[in-house]
Design a protein around this ligand. Structure first.
Ligand code: SF4
Length: 290
């Protein structure tokens, strides 16, 4: 049995940077330190941060003094203004790549251009981006919604930084049929593209593939969907405890990949669990063989 871990599986640059900034802030500043929303979509890491004195709040109304960390997804200008109005100390851990996408949206909005943002309307990055669009942005999730849009002479399209590349290409194709002059910006970050490519290549060469990550992590879910299109035996697991013997049955090559918010320990745990399961299985096989 062979285990192959996808290159670049696990924490991306932006999430690592946000975690480092949060921990540094905790070390250097007194008072309460909270993040606005979970800093990472991973329950184990959230528990660890809480134990280190970094809580998360869902809304700024819950902030009473101390310091607020803006996570890698960024926030809307309205939120930035609200934090300023309330004189809350802020540490901005927005991923610089997300900041560049926000600036692009703001620039297109200043030019009064219609902006189609391809992403999940409930995702914090998208809520932040739409806030930068000053009413010129529309969020769509798929090709079918793109095909419903009215015909326009001109519009721009861009994507959530963790969008599925194949889906984005389909949306751009649908918009080309409904737009005279379409400016398409590939805002899917390089780390996401590399991760998606590595996961699909891995799915094509293994018998079973585990995608490890938090259930609420949208980029991990996308990796799962990408792999599932290629390999039926793809499983989305939050932790190694969810790996069941039936999932491994008959497999000789097993792949493991993880999203941008998957800590390296979660990947290592999955590898160890599979190695242990196979030791156990091989023993049983030896006993059965006459
Ligand atoms: S997925 Fe890309 S854009 Fe998003 S936080 Fe990570 S590095 Fe930044």
């Amino acid at each position: 049995m062979k285990i192959i871990v996808a290159p670049n599986a696990g924490l991306c640059y932006g999430v690592k940077r946000a975690l480092t900034l949060a921990k540094e802030t905790r070390r250097k500043r007194g008072g309460r330190v909270v993040s606005l929303g979970d800093i990472i979509h991973n329950p184990q890491v959230i528990t660890d941060l809480r134990e280190k004195g970094i809580d998360s709040v869902a809304d700024i109304s819950e902030v009473r003094g101390g310091t607020v960390i803006i996570r890698s997804h960024g926030v809307s200008p309205d939120m930035t203004r609200a934090l300023k109005r309330r004189k809350i100390d802020v540490v901005d851990a927005t991923c610089p790549i997300v900041t560049r996408i926000q600036d692009l949206v703001a620039r297109l909005a200043r030019a009064k251009q219609e902006i189609i943002i391809v992403g999940d309307p409930n995702h914090p990055e998208i809520r932040g981006l739409i806030g930068h669009s000053r009413g010129f942005g529309h969020i769509i999730e798929n090709e079918a919604q793109a095909a419903q849009l009215p015909v326009r002479k001109k519009r721009a399209v861009l994507a959530q930084s963790t969008q599925d590349m194949v889906l984005f290409e389909k949306v751009v194709g649908a918009l080309l049929r409904r737009t005279g002059e379409l400016c398409a910006f590939n805002t899917i970050c390089r780390s996401t593209q590399t991760r998606q490519r590595a996961t699909s290549e891995l799915a094509a060469q293994v018998d079973v593939l585990f995608i490890v990550g938090g259930a609420s992590s949208s980029n991990t879910r996308k990796l799962y969907e990408i792999s599932k299109r290629i390999l039926r035996r793809t499983y989305f697991i939050e932790n190694a405890g969810q790996i069941k013997p039936a999932m491994l049955r008959g497999a000789s090559t097993i792949g493991i990949s993880g999203g941008a918010s998957t800590p390296p320990e979660a990947i290592e745990d999955a590898v160890r669990t599979i190695e242990q399961a196979f030791e156990h299985n091989s023993t049983r096989k030896e006993i059965r063989v006459p």
